[in-house]
Design a protein around this ligand. Structure first.
Ligand code: IMP
Length: 195
């Protein structure tokens, strides 16, 4: 089975391809010849995942999926949430986002947060959604060099290291996105055994 994943993020592509290995051959946006940046104009993770998957499906006429992720921080009433990528401004870097987050939480003792991923899969024109969540806390300072985005400040529940201090295998065994992809894998595996 071939699926286009509406992303060119190498970390995500590696993580997702490893989980779907043996069931799905995953193609990136580049592989599919889609060069545009797809604007995330939705108000929810579900809407953004749909916008990206729908764009790719219409453009390629091939089965595909897209993900959208947010970091939801308790003491910030769920911010940055759906605007996680542009928390510190429209063209900000991951470093800018981390600095803004740490400064907002400077005097805060409740550091609970969670990552949530929603995947929208479009097969034969029909959408299906899969979710994955991981609870954790926000560290006092950025630590570690692996991964991307908010990884240096997110400590998953049950660990003392941040995602950026864990190996990619460790992170990928428990991440929000891995959990959502594993749910999609279950469905795809059941479809492939029915054929
Ligand atoms: P998107 O789903 O790629 O649009 O991600 C939205 C925002 O969440 C971006 O700022 C990403 O850097 C961040 N993000 C997504 N997934 C992860 C992750 O696994 N670790 C850390 N940050 C992430």
């Amino acid at each position: 089975m071939n699926l286009i994943f509406a992303s060119n993020n190498i970390y995500k592509l590696k993580e997702v391809s490893a989980i779907l290995n043996g069931i799905v051959s995953v193609k990136s946006l580049n592989d599919a010849g889609i060069a545009e940046d797809i604007a995330e104009t939705g108000n929810t993770l579900e809407e953004n995942a749909f916008i990206k998957a729908d764009y790719v499906y219409r453009k390629s006429q091939q089965d595909c999926f897209a993900d959208d992720t947010g970091l939801f921080v308790d003491s910030l009433n769920g911010m940055p949430g759906v605007i996680s990528a542009r928390f510190a401004g429209e063209h900000c870097s991951p470093q800018d986002n981390i600095e803004k987050l740490l400064s907002l939480l400077e005097k805060e003792s409740n550091r609970k947060a969670y990552f949530k991923t929603v995947i929208c899969l479009i097969q034969n024109g029909k959408e299906k959604y899969f979710e994955g969540v991981i609870n954790g806390t926000i560290s006092r300072a950025a630590r570690g060099t692996n991964g991307f985005g908010y990884d240096p400040v997110f400590i998953p529940e049950g660990f003392i290291k941040t995602f950026a201090e864990l190996s990619s295998e460790e992170k990928n065994s428990l991440s929000h996105r891995a959990r959502a992809v594993k749910r999609m894998r279950q469905l795809l595996a059941s479809l492939s055994t029915k054929k």
